[in-house]
Design a protein around this ligand. Structure first.
Ligand code: ADP
Ligand code: ZN
Length: 726
């Protein structure tokens, strides 16, 4: 009697034991179909064993073995098992998150091609017996050594020939799993490349020196310093040896330009993975990567789960980017997963950023990561000049001070492009009654609706609730309501009147909905169809705009006084990244920040000394306050229709956890955004000087927490290393 331990995609810890039919001896990592309650589920075989803790008559049977070969290698299972422990998340859910949707659904893991083969009769016939039918004779001869794919034959033989032989009972249709085509290293054709400068050369040779074993590098290079060029030259020797490279990029930083750059350099296909693909497209890249048919795979967060037949290196570009952290379900951090994967696969990991996260920077400064610095912009590009404009007492038009409007005009007259950054989409963040002060608020979230003129609607940005724009105040009946504050839509309108004769492009998640649209916009911008670019976050990420000479951040004040201890880091990263869009080619770049607080120490430090200085100072502050990365955090979140229930649940969690000298707790307190979609949101933050402090407690207590009576009444989750406290 053989028993299989099977992981299932259900929110329960541990595996499940199933009996195996006599004839079935599955390998670990293959999929099976099993009964579960009244359903049938696709499961993953973890191991086989002779006995179970469950009595044999209670065990149910595996029904179907779905794979001949494992869809997941032992090393991957080890990696994900670690993740299940670390993130305190059910293993089955993690394993299935890491597989493509097609495989979760039980579809085939291999491509099957239509093919032809000889029948038994066909084997007994000598092709020369078909003398009077030369084509049939040739086809019969072609099949002598085994099945051949139809696509290889259909150029030489018409359908009538196949039919004739099939009618004679000599050949029959079959399917064929093609051999992996691993010939890409031979097809590499290197394009011309720039000669690396001194710092680039040092970085490239430091990486080459550690090829073939685990080592973690932090490439800290100012924007436009040629980090991508370092990636390109660092992976070149690996690719030539047939080693594969996995490159992660932020969600909205993945553009056809990026992919093209790798394609053009090496002249080989690049596998691309992002959220806009169909399940079949994803499956195709996954399969090719696993079979070793692709040398380069570029993708967003979940691409970290792409299996590689011969891994050479993992690169995480813009490693500080928030999109690497999954924000619901299994809340993994793709960069942290990459570190552990690279260690297990024993390959180098290259983290790159102009604005490294304080976590990675700390690891580099502490010597855990090898620190590679690029202090200068590559090629001809000059550093961006940074300036502050004091908004106090200024007459603003569409959020722009007079001096600023003149500067913009001057840059436009020189034929350059100007980028205006405002972190708020829509027309205005609120609609207020000028008579009574009433504000239109979303009842589910207690936040004001955003006015969207282009949609002719009020929209809540925290749930997806929308409603028509009211003609009169719902409270006092006065009309009309007034917009307050400014978003991208309003700025776009204002710009048209302030700078007539120039074309403005608005780039936010409304105007750039759908990948194609964004790409078209970016294309148009680089062809000079627009002179003024108005945008949100989307503009900040990695894009290359060679003709932008001036970048203006309209208002940073909102982020200067946030309750989130990560806010200064995020603001500094944003400002630096936005500034980095300017002057990337031959033109001198200029950054202007408008603020009511020009003397604010964060702004002063960042502008005078740059991100590198700011980040090192910020690390000192974190150390002083014993905040991450000098301590470790886990955040319990709970939400319920009644605030008291969520509060009570977290209070019980807190009592169970046993707060003491090794483990501090804050809360339960309301989340920064206390109500959302009609539910009240509470948080309990755990913090310890040692990672193990939190881990041990959670290992011991998660089972008990799950069994608390309130655990089924409130919606709750655990977030290890939380990044976001809203
Ligand atoms: P980053 O990834 O740091 O933003 P890139 O690698 O995109 O920087 O480089 C910015 C620009 O400088 C690109 O146009 C790139 O081709 C160019 N570049 C990079 N390295 C060099 C070099 N050594 N010599 C000349 N140009 C370079
Ligand atoms: Zn809402």
């Amino acid at each position: 009697m053989l028993i299989a331990e099977i992981a299932l995609p259900v929110p329960m810890r541990g595996h499940f034991d199933y009996l195996l039919p006599d004839s079935m001896v599955p390998q670990a990592g293959t999929r099976v179909l099993v009964p579960f309650g009244r359903r049938k589920l696709v499961g993953l075989v973890m191991a086989c064993k002779a006995d179970s803790d469950m009595p044999a008559d209670k065990l149910r049977r595996v029904e179907v073995l779905l794979d001949d070969k494992p869809v997941m290698e032992p090393l991957f299972m080890q990696w994900l098992t670690w993740a299940s422990q670390y993130y305190q998340h059910p293993l089955g859910d993690i394993l299935f998150t890491a597989l493509p949707v097609n495989l979760r659904k039980g579809l085939g893991a291999e491509v099957e091609l239509k093919a032809w083969q000889l029948t038994e009769t066909g084997h007994d016939v000598d092709p020369s017996e078909l003398k009077r039918a030369a084509k049939q004779q040739a086809l019969l001869a072609a099949l002598q050594s085994g099945p051949v794919a139809q696509e290889q034959l259909s150029n030489s033989y018409s359908a009538a020939i196949f039919r004739a032989l099939a009618d004679k009972g000599l050949i029959e249709a079959t399917t064929l799993i093609p051999d992996a085509d691993k010939q890409w290293p031979a097809r590499i054709e290197l394009a011309e490349k720039p000669r690396p400068n001194l710092e680039q050369s040092l970085a490239i040779s430091a990486i080459a020196h550690k090829a073939g074993s685990f080592n973690c590098f932090l490439l800290e290079g100012v924007t436009g310093s040629g980090k991508t060029e370092v990636y390109l030259q660092a992976i070149e020797p690996l690719l030539k040896q047939g080693k594969q490279v996995l490159i992660l990029v932020p969600e909205i930083g993945l553009t056809p330009q990026t992919v093209k750059r790798f394609q053009l350099r090496f002249g080989v296909d690049v596998g691309v993975l992002h959220s806009g693909l169909t399940d079949n497209e994803r499956m195709q890249v996954w399969r090719q990567a696993k079979a070793g048919e692709l040398g380069i795979i570029i993708g967003t967060r979940s691409a970290i789960f792409t299996p590689l037949a011969s891994p050479g290196m993992i690169i995480v570009d813009e490693e500080h980017d928030g999109s690497y952290k999954q924000q619901d379900g299994w809340r993994y951090h793709a960069r942290d997963m990459a570190v552990v994967r690279a260690r297990l696969e024993n390959i180098p990991l290259l983290l790159g950023s102009a604005t490294p996260s304080l976590e990675s920077l700390n690891n580099a400064l502490a010597g855990k990561y090898q620190h590679l610095l690029l202090r200068q912009r590559a090629g001809e590009a000059k550093p961006v000049q940074h300036q502050l404009l004091d908004l106090k007492g200024q007459q603003l038009e569409f959020g722009l001070a007079r001096g600023m409007r003149q500067r913009i005009q001057a840059h436009l007259q020189q034929g350059n492009q100007v980028m205006l950054f405002i972190n708020r989409r829509g027309y205005a963040p609120a609609l207020i009654c000028h008579q009574c002060g009433f504000v239109e608020e979303c009842h589910s979230c207690d936040r004001s609706y955003t006015l969207h003129r282009s949609l002719n609607k009020l929209q809540c940005h925290h749930c997806s609730d929308a409603k028509p724009i009211p003609h009169a105040c719902a409270q006092c009946g006065a009309s009309p309501m007034q917009p307050v504050g400014m978003g991208t839509e309003q700025l776009e309108q204002g710009i048209a009147s302030l700078f007539p004769g120039y074309q403005a492009a608005r780039i936010d998640s409304d105007s750039a909905r759908g990948k194609q649209k964004l790409h078209q916009l970016l294309e148009d911008i680089n062809q000079g169809k627009h002179q003024l670019l108005i945008g949100t976050q989307i503009l900040a990420k990695g894009h290359h705009f060679p003709n932008v000479s001036l970048v203006v951040i309209l208002d940073v004040d909102g982020s200067l006084f946030s309750a989130d201890y990560r806010a200064p880091e995020k603001l500094a990263q944003l400002i630096t990244q936005v500034a980095g869009r300017a002057g990337r080619a031959h033109i001198q770049g200029e950054l202007w920040l408008q603020t009511h607080h020009p003397a604010h120490p964060l702004l002063q430090d960042l502008l005078n000394n740059g991100y590198q200085h700011f980040a090192r100072l910020a690390l000192k502050e974190r150390r002083f306050a014993a905040l991450p990365p000098y301590s470790y955090q886990a955040l319990f979140r709970a939400e319920a229709n009644q605030a008291a229930q969520a509060h009570e649940f977290l209070l019980q969690v807190r009592q169970l956890m046993g707060i003491g000298p090794d483990l501090a707790a804050i809360g339960p307190i309301p989340a920064l955004m206390e109500k959302r979609q009609g539910r009240y949101r509470m948080q309990l933050l755990l913090q310890s000087q040692q990672r193990t402090g939190i881990q041990q407690q959670l290992n011991r207590l998660m089972g008990q927490i799950e069994k608390l009576p309130l655990a089924n009444k409130v919606r709750w989750s655990l977030d290890m290393d939380p990044q976001d406290f809203t």
